[in-house]
Write a protein that binds this ligand. Structure first.
Ligand code: LFR
Length: 467
């Protein structure tokens, strides 16, 4: 009988259940279920509907049963930084805020009153993003202190879903590092930092590495979905999973994990927490096997997703790309400007930026899309320069993985602006990386290198020459 592994990969705009199996050394994928996701307005706050998401998770499990393809192992990955606080009875306290919620405005200053930005980077190696858990928790402390008092545990979103499935609380390492509260040296919570911030130590559970067994399904879940399964921690941070699946056996490859965000970087064996690195806003996120993802968060296709929602019609991404490629507007915006994080109207924000910076203002949707694609290309080129300065390496090619690797036009733009060859695919890298770690747990591969070799052999990778 074929052995199935199940990856539940939930991104900011959609989630999917992907079954994986190995045959003749190749990895086969089958998409079992897909569902939409997005942050919703709840009484003026930007929130996730975790209850609805958990129903979708169970629905996908039922579909496996219906298809007669029951996974022996499964794991869930999602975006990072967001969490739930649980009370003594394991009930969720307050709202489940999404990282684009504006309550963190000014919370960086509150944190820096206690610890300087430089020291914080030196201790954690994490790029400043106003939505990191450290700033979100400062917002709770300032604005909802009663929740802080009642909280017994903090679980990141995938850890919470694993808990609902198994009844076992685990805190997975790759996601925990994005909190900006973990030390890249000890790979554990920085308790001294936590004390200085006056966050309660007890809410931070013991950290477990990806590839750890969580538990089997609870009785109630077993009855509902019709089978039992072993839950294994993948790299629960989606970017951690995506980068585990880059199709190369070389250690210092340059990648872009392309989806709602573009995460561009390389891997390091030790974190670079120097001031030079901080100034370039590069981060050291924890990865599988204690590798570090040395990367930059770039606003990414979120900008295109947002303008698309505002267009008169629901055009396909392909169509938007084709139209954008015919425009000649030369304007460029700084994709990483905070104004693009959660604007009321992305179209207006892009126009505004062009106007204020004295550039040609896009006049229609295609020009707006063209400005965004070109700006991403420019940002990629700048980021390569910064990474090369910091690592002293030269990168001749870029591996683009994730859903965004299917955007032909963006791949061509990337090759054009960076002057490097682009290797695009696999599109499902995040789910694949999730599966690989489960398979490593089950000793299907001896190490990550062999697992990546399998990705290289199993999926078509498209090459775009530098132009
Ligand atoms: C990508 C991602 C990024 C993280 C952002 C917010 O989906 O996980 O790595 O910075 O979402 O969590």
């Amino acid at each position: 009988m074929e052995k199935y592994y199940l990856a539940v990969d939930i991104g900011a705009s959609s989630g999917r259940h992907i079954l994986g199996s190995l045959k003749d050394g190749k990895l086969n994928l089958e998409e079992i279920y897909r569902f939409p996701n997005g942050m919703k307005d709840v009484d003026g706050s930007v929130c996730w509907d975790v209850e609805a998401l958990f129903c979708e998770i169970k629905e996908g499990l039922k579909r496996c049963k219906e298809a007669g393809k029951i996974p022996s192992y499964m794991g869930i990955d999602t975006w990072a930084v967001d969490y739930v606080l649980l009370d003594g009875k394991d009930q969720v306290l307050g709202k489940t805020y999404g990282y684009r919620d504006s309550r963190t405005t000014g919370m960086d200053e509150k944190v820096y009153e206690i610890i300087s930005r430089e020291e914080l980077y030196g201790r954690t190696g994490i790029q400043k993003q106003i939505f990191n858990t450290i700033y979100q928790l400062m917002a709770v402390k300032q604005k909802e202190p009663e929740l802080f008092d009642k909280a017994e545990s903090l679980l990141f979103i995938p850890d919470y879903f694993h808990f609902l499935l198994t009844g076992v609380k685990k805190t997975e390492y790759t996601n925990a590092t994005t909190s900006q509260l973990v030390s890249p040296r000890t790979k554990d919570w920085d308790y001294e930092l936590i004390d200085r911030l006056e966050y309660s130590r007890k809410i931070f559970g013991k950290i477990s590495k990806p590839g750890t067994y969580v538990g089997n399904f609870r009785e109630e879940i077993r009855r509902e979905v019709g089978f039992d399964c072993q839950v294994i921690l993948p790299a629960t941070h989606d970017t951690g999973s995506a980068v585990a699946a880059i199709p190369t056996t070389k250690d210092n490859a340059l990648y872009i994990s392309s989806g709602t965000w573009s995460l561009m970087g390389t891997e390091l064996m030790a974190a670079d927490c120097t001031l030079e690195s901080m100034k370039r806003n590069l981060t050291n996120e924890g990865g599988y096997d204690y590798r570090f993802r040395y990367l930059k968060n770039i606003m990414g296709l979120w900008m295109i997703q947002s303008v698309r929602r505002e267009f008169k019609e629901e055009y396909s991404y392909d169509y938007i790309c084709r139209q954008a490629s015919e425009q000649t507007i030369p304007s460029i915006v700084d994709c990483n400007d905070n104004c693009f994080l959660a604007p009321k109207s992305m179209i207006e924000e892009v126009k505004d930026y062009c106007q204020k910076s004295g550039q040609q203002v896009p006049e229609n949707e295609w020009e707006t899309a063209a400005v965004i694609y070109n700006s991403l290309g420019r940002c990629y080129a700048e980021t390569i320069g910064q990474i090369e300065q910091m690592t002293g390496q030269k990168y001749d090619r870029i591996y683009v993985v994730g859903g965004g690797s299917n955007a032909e036009y963006l791949n061509r733009i990337t090759a054009k602006y960076t002057g490097r060859a682009v290797y695009a695919g696999p599109g499902e890298a995040t789910a694949i990386g999730n599966l690989l770690v489960q398979m490593l747990y089950n000793q299907e591969f001896v190490n990550l290198k062999m697992a990546r070799a399998c990705v290289k052999d199993s999926f078509e990778i498209r090459k775009y020459e530098k132009t």
